[in-house]
Design a protein around this ligand. Structure first.
Ligand code: DQQ
Length: 493
């Protein structure tokens, strides 16, 4: 049933059936890329979560592997929630949240050399309880790294009435942990435009790393900051991925600046990253659905894994993202347009619902470019990506990237709210990369990402361009993108 759904992405990773959420244990091990993920094969709803597993040699095509972790009698009887993979002196080891009743506690499992079968540690749970004497909102998800001759671990949490936090622990053997203290405690209302706990009452899926290839906890060779990525959880509708740049040193993190990680908000959630053998920091995130719970169950599947994105630090101290270049091997038919000044709506002649689009444009002050994708051609449906430059910009100010989903679907039950965020631009230049995969759209404007889901009903694939003000199209290239899913979901070479 899931395979018959025209909205099921074709070149993004999706689970074989049922429900998918967070990426877990992302790594390159003995040359092979491993993607584990939160998985419920029984149906498209979040329940009794297991760890799905897929492998890849190129980050593009994926081979499904047997389920890695399943709930069993014990501390993970009600779910194997999010966690990470570490290399314990050559032994692959998972650290994850075991759920029992309403409670999550850290657990460990040891893998076979090919990472396909896993044995849970008899010591589970390896931390018996959250820190005493703190009124916490939650306690789960893990970031684990080697520092000198010990392991360090962060467990995501929140202090009631204050904000999100991550508790720091250390261990010699990954089995016995000493509590160090909170890495730092956020102020949930900081930067909050609407009083909705912007930085979260709890931090989910914390991911701490040194920008560049440097090692956490060492003296930085340059002024590369440390980056603390987290998914700000709250009771409202503004759950989203954020990051602090700052310095992790000793037992704490000194925050310098807070940033949004992806302007899609909850559509790029619970990201996790790793350094691959080429020294690239690669990040995956969960593209959750914007349709109703009933519609997901009906569709038989839910959740899309993002394309792997390379994460770098720009001179302005913020992160930039780009899909891994390996994805270019999926490119098929190519169309380009000559450089020109844009005016009235231009039908690019490109058509399709699996596309890779690359544009270079120059915007005059006050100008806006609109790129329509998944259009029905008659105006009924259109998903519109806008990039604008402020009118009073003398050359170096920030522009705006916006995804207008108002007309993205005739189905009024799906989420169609705007998404937007700032884009650095010099002299009005924008490099725009847009990957369209049926119901998944990933946009990168000068490296700032906006990821979201759309649910067109007309089956349209028109690509149009239009402009307000003076917009010069320097380059436009479009490719159709091949499927990575075979008939009936088989394996790829
Ligand atoms: N999803 C997991 C949790 C995590 C949340 C459960 C984030 O471990 O906090 O499936 O999406």
């Amino acid at each position: 049933r899931a395979e018959a759904d025209p909205l099921r992405p074709s070149f993004h990773f999706v689970s074989p059936a049922g429900w998918l959420n967070d990426p877990n244990g992302v790594a390159q091990w003995d040359g092979t890329y491993h993607l584990f993920y939160q998985y419920n094969p029984e149906g498209a709803f979040h329940h009794r979560i297991q760890w799905g597993h897929a492998t890849s040699t190129d980050l593009v095509t994926w081979t499904d592997q047997p389920v890695a972790l399943e709930p069993s009698t014990g501390p993970d009887a009600d779910g194997c929630w999010s966690g990470v993979l570490v290399n314990d002196g050559g032994t692959p080891t998972l650290v994850y949240s075991g759920r029992l009743g309403e409670r999550e506690l850290p657990c460990v499992a040891v893998g076979s050399p090919d990472l396909s079968t896993w044995t849970k540690a008899p010591e589970n749970p390896v931390i018996a309880a959250p820190p005493a004497g703190v009124d916490i909102t939650a306690y789960r998800d893990h970031c684990v790294w080697r520092e000198g001759n010990r392991w360090r671990q962060l467990v995501g949490s929140g202090v009631r009435g204050r904000g999100g936090t991550a508790f720091l622990y250390e261990s010699a053997d990954l089995r016995s942990w000493d509590y160090v203290g909170p890495l730092f405690i956020g102020d949930a209302s900081q930067g909050d435009p609407a009083g909705t706990d912007w930085t979260g009452t709890m931090w989910e899926c914390v991911d701490l790393f040194r920008a560049g290839t440097g090692t956490l906890g060492t003296e930085p060779a340059d002024d590369s900051p440390d980056v603390l990525v987290f998914s700000a959880w709250n009771d409202g509708d503004t759950r989203h991925p954020l990051y602090w740049t700052g310095r992790y040193s000793g037992d704490s993190f000194e925050p310098a600046a807070l940033h949004r990680l992806d302007y899609g908000g909850r559509y790029f959630y619970a990201p996790q990253s790793f350094l691959d053998d080429a020294g690239r920091r690669i990040m995956f995130g969960w593209l959750q659905e914007g349709r109703t719970d009933a519609a997901m169950v009906e569709a038989g599947w839910s959740g899309v894994m993002s394309l792997p994105r390379i994460t770098t630090l720009a001179e302005d101290g913020t992160l930039r993202f780009a899909p891994v270049p390996e994805l270019e091997k999926l490119r098929g038919d190519h169309t380009s347009l000559p450089a020109r000044e844009l005016a009235a709506t231009l039908d690019t002649g490109v058509h399709g619902n699996q596309l890779d689009l690359e544009l270079d444009i120059h915007l005059a002050p006050g100008a806006v470019l609109r790129l329509g994708v998944l259009g029905s051609g008659d105006g009924a449906e259109d998903t519109v990506i806008e990039v604008g430059r402020p009118a009073l910009d003398a050359g170096g100010a920030e522009g705006i990237l916006r995804l207008d989903r108002t007309r993205s679907s005739l189905d009024s039950s799906v989420d169609a709210e705007d998404r937007s965020g700032p884009v650095p631009m010099t002299g009005g230049h924008v490099h725009l990369r847009v990957l369209v995969d049926r119901s998944a759209v990933e946009v990168f404007a000068n490296g700032k990402p906006l990821t979201a889901r759309v649910y067109p009903t007309c089956g349209g694939g028109n690509v149009t361009l239009s402009a307000t003000g003076a917009v010069h199209l320097d380059a436009f290239d479009a490719w159709t993108m091949a499927d990575i899913r075979g008939g009936g979901r088989t394996l790829f070479p």
